[in-house]
Design a protein around this ligand. Structure first.
Ligand code: PLP
Length: 386
């Protein structure tokens, strides 16, 4: 591994990390085996290129682990993400998969970084992209369709995406420009139904037929789920089998395929160690909150819970606190009353200040959304296992 890892404290287990660090600030614990397992799932089973959605966790340590696990394609949805990835991996394959680009950024992505994959969902962005890049007739321009909401906790089709009719029209316009027309959609994040992909692929099929153009690639987006405490996940092979079967209906044997998993590649790889600072009855005050690692819990519709475990630390040893549990209101460390986890957390009823709480499956949309509000900014890191 790279120097970034050599510098990180390394432990065999969470218990050893707590004992070794006795951290008063939150610690992100990276689990290389989990990153390797998640990446392997897509590299071995998805019948195309798996692009890591960088926005889900752009931390250089996470990127290194995914690179080490074999990920080479990146859904870089802004110029900033392209620059970040190319700085770290000059040979990485970047795809600019945001339907909206700031003025001039399409030009820089194409001319400076050689990016040729872009997304649009309207005439204005198509025309701007073609104008900025000089219409090189070698861009793959993905028209983004709105997917039916339903299977996912977080929908991603009300802000971007268009209808099959309008999508067909845009595909024709891409072809008229001489660029390569392609299609994409996003079924929504933490999608618990593999059928959502089949439904969206059917919509893509109808759009292709309506357009009458030859499609250059299909990108089925992200949305693949991660394990959280209160959701039973369908097995992964359901997703890959359903997707493969639905793709068969397109009858486009050699169509290049892509997907853009974010959460499914990075969530499981991080456990977060936090510490209890104060207890008042059933109110707990811990050293991290919604302005730090727990922002995603505040999103409307996101009702997944991170699996939580309490550890006591005594005489140099950390041990899990077993026994009866009860619900606690968990507050973050800032002065803001809003800084409270939106749902109670079931924790050992004997929990007390100085105890530690670990939260698992914390890799996605946590590190990427934290803020330095009120002087708190979790940024301590450790490695757990190999
Ligand atoms: C265009 C695009 N692709 C991929 C992703 C990653 O989605 P997920 O983390 O649900 O896999 C997102 C998330 O916002 C997105 O907007």
């Amino acid at each position: 591994m790279t120097a970034r890892y050599a510098e990180m404290p390394r432990f065999a287990s969470i218990e050893e990390a707590i004992a070794g660090l006795q951290p008063v600030e939150p610690v992100y614990c990276l689990r290389p085996g989990k990153f390797a397992g998640a990446a392997g799932r897509f590299l071995d089973n998805f019948p195309g290129d798996a692009l890591y959605a960088v926005k889900s966790n752009p931390n250089p340590r996470v990127l290194d682990l995914l690179w080490a696990a074999g990920i080479r394609h990146f859904d870089t949805a802004s110029l900033g993400e392209i620059e970040l990835i190319r700085r770290q991996f000059p040979d990485a394959l970047c795809h600019f998969m945001a339907p909206l680009r700031l003025p001039g950024h399409g030009k820089i992505a194409y001319e400076k970084y050689g990016v040729t994959d872009f997304v649009i969902d309207c005439d204005a962005e198509l025309d701007k992209l073609v104008r900025e890049t000089g219409n090189p007739k070698r861009l793959r321009i993905f028209v983004r369709l709105s997917a039916t909401a339903g299977g996912a906790l977080l929908e991603l089709s009300s802000k971007f995406g268009t209808t099959p009719d309008d999508g067909a029209r845009l595909l024709k316009r891409v072809a008229e420009y001489g660029e390569i027309p392609c299609l994409t959609f996003h079924v929504g994040s933490q999608c618990l139904s593999s059928f959502s992909y089949a439904q969206a692929i059917e919509m893509a099929r109808r759009t292709i037929i309506k357009s009458g153009v030859t499609i250059g690639a299909l990108d089925i987006g992200g949305g693949f789920p991660a394990p959280y405490a209160n959701y039973e996940l369908p097995p992964y092979y359901w997703y890959f089998d359903t997707i493969r079967e639905a793709l068969g209906t397109l009858e486009l044997a050699n169509l290049p395929l892509m997907c853009e998993p974010g959460r499914a590649l990075c969530a499981e790889g991080i456990s977060l160690i936090t510490q209890v600072v104060l207890r008042r009855g059933d109110k707990l005050y811990i050293n991290d909150g919604i302005y730090g690692s727990f922002d995603e819990l505040t999103l409307p519709g996101f009702d997944a819970d991170y699996p939580a475990t309490v550890y006591a630390f005594d005489h140099g040893t950390a041990t899990v606190k077993d026994g009866p549990k009860r619900p606690f209101r968990v507050y973050g460390p800032t002065c803001d009353s809003l800084d409270v986890l939106p749902r109670p957390v079931m924790l050992s009823e004997t929990i007390q200040p100085g105890d530690f709480i670990t939260f698992d499956s914390m890799g996605a949309y946590s590190v990427s959304s934290r803020t330095p509000f009120n002087g708190f900014f979790p940024d301590a890191w450790a490695l757990i296992g190999n």
